[in-house]
Write a protein that binds this ligand. Structure first.
Ligand code: ADP
Ligand code: MG
Length: 240
């Protein structure tokens, strides 16, 4: 579904991604871990072109999306993204947050979008918040809404960048539970997280990024039981 070939990203003279190549197949749950500053967010943001790669290729569903002529908005429609800090529109109700984009992009009528929103809100147990504003929600609730908002676009893949890092500890579980349920529906997911339990339980593959490269890739069982490179051993000794 996604093919990344020799991806490089440089900010001014900071060479952040130093040749990342990777394939994501449909239905996979790729979990990316690694130290802060290793390029995890930059990698995710390149996947949906929130950052423009300096060089390299990204293919999505057979289309070369790093091509200049590509319609970036069309690509992003199919790639949901959930950020650490929710990024909800604070001056809009939850219902509007979920329905504005699909209606504006003419993917659905207002009625269809509202109906879909209610179904999704039910799925995450927040139907009664449809008319509330983001400021009236807890962090965990906001993040569940952010996930619903992405899902309302019927994405082909969901990208998560540390979705639980900004949450109070007691709210982490409710967000991970929604992500786990989503994984069970067969959604293709790429998740940057520090939640090693999630990586172990939900990941089909776990990647270790360090200094702009994928240093190691393995099944969760092997990744945690038999880390090969010293950097990963050291990283795991700190986080586990
Ligand atoms: P991680 O998500 O693994 O913590 P990031 O991808 O956020 O790492 O950052 C990797 C490096 O890229 C850092 O040195 C960071 O300062 C730099 N960086 C990220 N985004 C930008 C940006 N928009 N402009 C300049 N430098 C950036
Ligand atoms: Mg990051």
């Amino acid at each position: 579904m996604i093919i990344v070939k020799d991806l490089h990203k440089t900010f001014e003279n900071n060479h952040v991604l130093k040749g990342v190549s990777y394939h994501v197949h449909q239905g996979e749950k790729i979990v990316i871990v690694g130290p802060s500053g290793s390029g995890k967010s930059t990698f995710l943001r390149c996947l949906n072109l929130l950052e423009t790669p300096t060089s390299g290729e990204i293919w999505f569903d057979g289309q070369l999306i790093t091509d200049e002529k590509v319609n970036i908005d069309r690509i992003r429609q199919h790639m949901g993204m959930v950020f650490q800090n929710f990024n909800l529109f604070n001056n809009h109700t939850i219902m509007d947050n979920i329905t504005l984009a699909p209606v504006k992009l003419k993917l659905m009528s207002k009625e269809e979008a509202s109906e879909k929103a209610l179904t999704l809100l039910d799925r995450v147990g927040l139907r009664e918040k449809a008319d509330a504003y983001p400021s009236q929600l807890s962090g965990g609730q906001k993040q569940r809404i952010a996930i619903v908002r992405s899902l309302a676009m019927n994405p082909r893949v969901m990208l998560f960048d540390e979705p639980t890092s900004a949450l109070d500890p007691e709210m982490v579980g409710e967000v991970l539970a929604v992500m786990k349920e989503l994984a069970e529906t067969g959604m293709t997911m790429v998740v940057v997280t520090h939640e090693m339990g999630f990586a172990r339980e939900v990941g089909t593959k776990v990647l270790f990024m360090d200094e702009g490269r994928i240093m190691e890739e393995n099944t969760p069982a092997e990744f945690f039981a038999n880390p090969r490179c010293d950097r990963l051993k050291e990283f795991l000794s700190k986080v586990l």
